[in-house]
Design a protein around this ligand. Structure first.
Ligand SMILES: Cc1ncc(COP(=O)(O)O)c(C=O)c1O
Length: 434
């Protein structure tokens, strides 16, 4: 009876919304559950569903809620902004203030343009790269997700992987042919494409997090930078997930690599709908109304969303010296506990982690380095893990191809409780293994 209301809402939802959800990653099908929980509210580290169940949340809206749900400072900013109006279709001062903050955190960006989503940010970044280089082709890595624009859905990660597709129907042959694909971590698979000098940009998650979390390295990112420089290709770091998460200045700060263009998303809106792309002035000057690359949006830089983002980014900036270390400690606490459970119940796992992100892969493999490794990991074990946690008040991503997100709101007590519940899951999986 735990999910009666969610089930009822789903019965209605599936008749009027495809699959009953507005984004496939919200469906629970890949973890053997017919319907998702429908969320009613969130506060701090917790969410509450329509049946009144409480969950410690490790989805955190797929990343942005690094300060937890309804953080007071963000909420107060939003309240003030809402009082002033919802949207004007004219510029506001707060857009400029958030832009300044972002450029301060990301020295690779002289200028930044706001969008409403990460998808729009990556789509526009690719368009600018094509215009800047006068080349049509683009290169991406298999299993990396950059939103749902046509050209970036090729060999994509996230929900497509979860549903077992490598790309989407409805994309023209021409678009498919212009998107080239390489293997993450494999320098030669990149070199062979870039050496043709026909590729406008290499777009990459510097720390892939949409096929589960994949460890990256300075050495690999350095080679990407070098290959792009040698071939006149623009390097786009899609930091929609890693931005402000693995460190304030994202993966580019963490690894010390300067991309040509950066894309950011949800986190810079504190959970409200925002995205952004930015880079050197000479590149950004190509964008209308200065240049001839068109990018627009009625709700781009929406006043409520940018105010939420301003409060969030200001808080992160003020507390950067302690906050990121604390988040890392929380992840260490959880992952050390998981390692112990893995030994105790003889359930082999491989854990990838960075900053406040981690993924547990149920596998005998010692390392998970690329999509081919992730595909081999045990889907049934992940499903038992997910469902045991859910039934006991902990919500984790409903797919083995995603990362867990930890926030500043997760308390010691939350983490301890999470490990106790994880123990129930490991015990069950251990029994399946015999
Ligand atoms: C790395 C990356 N890029 C782009 C996107 C697309 O962002 P949005 O869902 O806001 O369109 C996502 C979404 O999760 C993402 O993880």
């Amino acid at each position: 009876m735990r999910y009666t209301n969610s089930e009822k809402i789903y019965e209605k939802a599936k008749k009027i919304i495809p699959g009953g959800v507005n984004s496939p990653v919200r469906a629970f099908r890949s973890v053997d559950k017919e319907y998702p929980i429908f969320v009613n509210r969130g506060k701090g580290s917790k969410i509450y569903d329509e049946d009144g169940n409480e969950y410690i949340d490790y989805i955190c809206s797929w990343g942005p809620l690094i300060l937890g749900h309804n953080n007071e400072r963000v909420l107060n900013g939003v309240r003030e902004a809402i009082e002033l109006g919802s949207s004007f279709g004219l510029p506001t001062k707060m857009e400029v203030e958030l832009a300044e903050l972002i450029c301060k955190c990301y020295p690779s960006m002289d200028m930044v343009r706001f969008t409403t989503s990460g998808t729009e940010a990556t789509m526009a970044a690719v368009r600018v790269a094509r215009a800047f280089t006068n080349r049509n082709k683009i290169l991406k890595f298999e299993g990396c997700y950059h939103g749902h624009s046509d050209s970036l859905l090729v060999s994509s990660g996230s929900g497509l992987l979860t549903d077992g597709y490598q790309d989407s129907n409805g994309i023209t042959e021409g678009v498919l042919k212009d998107t080239l694909v390489a293997k993450f971590g494999d320098v030669e698979s990149v070199r062979k494409h870039l050496e043709t000098k026909e590729v406008a940009c290499l777009i990459m998650e510097p720390v892939p997090a949409n096929m589960g979390l994949i460890n990256s390295s300075k050495e690999f990112l350095d080679s990407m930078r070098r290959l792009c420089d040698e071939t006149g290709t623009l390097l786009i770091f899609d930091e929609v997930i890693s931005g402000l998460r693995v460190s304030l200045g994202g993966a580019q700060e963490y690894f010390g690599i300067t991309p040509d263009i950066t894309t950011l998303g949800k986190i810079i809106g504190g959970g409200y709908p925002v995205g952004a792309f930015g880079g050197r002035k000479e590149i950004m000057d190509m964008i209308a109304p200065v240049g001839r690359v068109y990018h627009a949006g009625t709700l781009s830089g929406n006043p409520v969303a940018v105010r939420a983002g301003f409060e969030m980014v200001s808080y992160l900036l003020e507390n950067r010296d302690t906050l990121y270390k604390e988040l890392e400690n929380k992840v260490d606490y959880l992952t050390n506990g998981i390692e112990k459970l893995s030994k105790k119940y003889n359930v082999p796992v491989c854990i990838n982690k960075l900053g406040s992100l981690f993924t547990i892969f149920f596998t005998n493999l010692k390392e998970i380095k690329a999509l081919s490794d992730v595909i081999e990991t045990n889907t049934e074990h992940y499903s038992v893990y997910f469902n045991t946690l859910l039934d006991n008040g902990v919500v984790t991503p409903p797919s083995k191809y995603e990362a867990h997100f930890v926030s500043t709101a997760h308390s010691e007590e939350d983490l301890k409780r999470t490990l106790e519940i994880m123990e129930l899951a490991f015990e069950k999986i251990g029994k399946i293994n015999g």
